[in-house]
Design a protein around this ligand. Structure first.
Ligand SMILES: [Zn+2]
Length: 468
């Protein structure tokens, strides 16, 4: 397996630190609003990574945090007049629901910032003791970036020259522009936690470093805290640079052996149709599209590229996913098997090359065409069917495509009322046919078509699909 390491700025062969086990940490959401497409892209990227690592028979320990204390959270809770916990519980639940709709496997560990304050104050104590942090007059504690020789080695940012001119202006200010808060003091009437440093709140960057130490580091002497650290490209600087500095200066290891960053999601406003508007929210996209269609579309562009979301592209992408489900329908009722095929070897090889999704999708397209061709010309070919069933299972496991019932998949998008009407009409039509009233049966069929559905008479009864 090779992955692009953002800190090394090159593709590197992946070797796990402890044989057979991969520790993966990804920065999760700040839960004060609904999850947007950027959250989806990040969660999908690392869901795919985790699946590919597992396909290499590696045991993956995946942690993704929940930031449930933050200025934005405090403001929003105040604004709508509910408690911080009510607000963060509500949006954590909504986040989990959205991710589940996208077929994303939950992480193994999901630490919350409010439950890790002890680990954060421990880390601040160590940084103060070793001279990497300092307290200013008002009680805030800052990380001294000038004390870390490797600062900026992750993001390769060039230190701003203006920094030099900004050194100590007064004793309650930070020493250097680049220094960042580890602890912000809080007054009695403000939200805060009691600690040995007085009442206050931890800085945001600190939470990931502290949680990684608390939940993922098994041996302090190891070279890296985790194998892979991931997140959106916007987090590379300053968030990840600061995380790396905190860990480096308060422990005997670096925070991560490999850094992975996913690209941004943009919405092309000009081309967005009226239906989705400018909404970045997953919940709005889910009102219009099946979660798996969104999953397939968002994963169809390489994770490091910036993603331009348009409904035209989404609909084109859905047609490719439809082909997987058409084949699933064609093979319906056949027994699952775990036969190994050349296709599976090729697919794993493509995904193991820094998650090469375009090659992977091309391989899937080709496999489906081949199977359909053979099945068209040689209906009795049991071998090809067996191989295809196994390939579909493999695709489902490694990419999370094709996890729904194929018949229900094609019914997705039908509003509840329309669905009820279609089902009622199908029953009426079956009765009409029983009574040999074919004229009425045809009329009912027209009514069903007018509702946006197609029907097929099969030995299993009447099947329907929704086209809108
Ligand atoms: Zn983080």
């Amino acid at each position: 397996m090779h992955i692009y390491d953002s800190a090394a700025k090159t593709k590197r062969k992946f070797i796990e630190q402890n044989k057979g086990i991969v520790y993966l940490y990804v920065c999760g959401p700040t839960v004060y609003d609904d999850a947007h497409l950027g959250h989806a892209k990040s969660a999908l990227t690392f869901d795919l990574l985790s699946r590919v690592l597992k396909a290499h028979n590696l045991h993956v320990v995946y942690a993704r945090n929940i930031t449930d204390i933050d200025d934005k959270i405090i403001q929003k809770a105040k604004q709508i007049g509910i408690s911080i916990q009510e607000l963060t519980d509500k949006f954590t639940t909504k986040y989990h629901k959205d991710m589940a709709h996208l077929g994303i496997t939950p992480p193994d560990i999901e630490p919350k910032a409010t439950q890790s304050v002890d680990a954060m104050t421990d880390m601040i104590g160590r940084l103060l003791d070793s001279g990497h942090a300092y307290k200013v007059r008002n009680g805030d504690i800052y990380f001294d970036t000038s004390s870390d020789k490797k600062y900026l080695s992750i993001s390769h940012k060039i230190q701003d020259d203006s920094d030099k001119q900004n050194r100590i202006i007064s004793s309650d200010e930070k020493k250097h522009n680049a220094d960042f808060a580890l602890w912000k003091h809080a007054n009695k009437d403000e939200v805060g936690f009691d600690s040995i440093f007085g009442r206050g709140r931890p800085g945001w960057h600190l939470e990931c470093s502290a949680m990684i130490e608390k939940h993922l580091v098994k041996d302090d002497a190891q070279k890296y805290a985790v194998d892979i650290h991931g997140g959106g490209a916007d987090l590379l600087f300053p968030h990840h640079e600061n995380e790396a500095a905190q860990t480096r200066c308060s422990t005997s290891h670096e925070i991560a052996a490999y850094w992975m960053h996913n690209g941004f999601v943009n919405i092309n406003n000009q081309k967005m149709s009226k239906s989705l508007g400018n909404s970045f929210f997953i919940k709005d996209a889910l009102k219009l599209y099946n979660g798996e269609v969104l999953r397939f579309y968002l994963l169809s562009t390489h994770y490091r590229s910036n993603f331009n979301f348009t409904e035209d592209d989404l609909l084109a992408s859905k047609k490719r996913l439809d082909r997987i489900y058409r084949l699933k329908q064609r093979l319906f009722g056949l027994q699952e098997n775990t036969m190994q095929t050349d296709f599976q070897i090729q697919l794993l090889k493509a995904l193991s090359d820094d998650l090469n999704i375009s090659l992977s999708m091309a391989l899937i397209d080709e496999m489906i065409s081949n199977v359909n061709d053979v099945m068209d010309s040689d209906k009795k070919n049991k071998q090809i069917k067996k191989e295809a069933v196994s390939n579909l299972t493999y695709i489902k496991t490694i990419l999370g495509f094709g996890f729904q019932d194929p018949f229900e998949y094609f019914q997705a998008g039908a509003p509840k009322k329309i669905k009820e009407q279609i089902l009622a009409l199908i029953t009426q039509r079956e009765q009409a046919k029983k009574q040999k009233d074919y004229q009425n049966a045809d009329k009912i069929r027209e009514q069903i078509i007018a509702l946006g559905a197609n029907i097929m008479d099969t030995p299993k009864g009447t099947l329907w699909e929704y086209h809108g």
